[in-house]
Design a protein around this ligand. Structure first.
Ligand code: RB5
Length: 153
């Protein structure tokens, strides 16, 4: 996908996802993607909300087009990302979800659990996520309502 390759992909993980992050950075670079590495930068313990915030700031600030977040389960880091206005983070474990979260949700972040999925599966999911376009149409109103939820209790 030529257009996406012109803008960087932000990636971040906590300590549980650190090894996967390094593997995925190489995977992305091998395919011509520019990567913004938002940490962590060692296997020392860190808090996944801090990493989610850094990656999402790159997207909301326009420095990155999409984001990748990895923790042990993929759950905590996706919960954190989805607290941030403008972020639609999808925790994916299967290709159908990775495809439809782009088609219908215009997900701009994909989240993985390094302690749950093999790295080969993660790479397949990432390929689908990066090469599937948002369908638009009736889904636009729905994703606009996601941001409106940030204002409600
Ligand atoms: C870290 O031990 C672990 O709690 C974290 O990576 C993640 O799985 C949280 O959801």
């Amino acid at each position: 996908m030529a257009e996406l390759k012109q803008s960087p992909i932000a990636i971040g993980s906590d300590h549980a996802g650190y090894e996967y992050k390094n593997i995925l950075i190489e995977w992305l670079q091998d395919r011509g993607y520019e990567v913004l590495d938002c940490g962590c930068y060692s296997s020392n313990s860190v808090d996944y909300p801090d990493i989610a915030k850094k990656v999402c700031q790159q997207i909301n600030g326009g420095q990155a087009s999409r984001g990748i977040l990895i923790c042990g389960t993929g759950i905590g880091i996706s919960m954190a990302a989805n607290k941030i206005r403008g972020i639609r983070a999808a925790h994916c474990t299967d290709c159908y979800s990775a495809k439809f979260t782009r088609l219908h949700n215009d997900a701009n972040v994909i989240c993985f659990g390094a302690r749950v999925l093999g790295v080969g599966v993660v790479e397949e999911l990432l390929e689908v996520f990066l090469t599937t376009e948002f369908e638009g149409g009736r889904h636009i109103t729905r994703i606009e309502k996601l941001d409106q939820l940030c204002d409600s209790n």
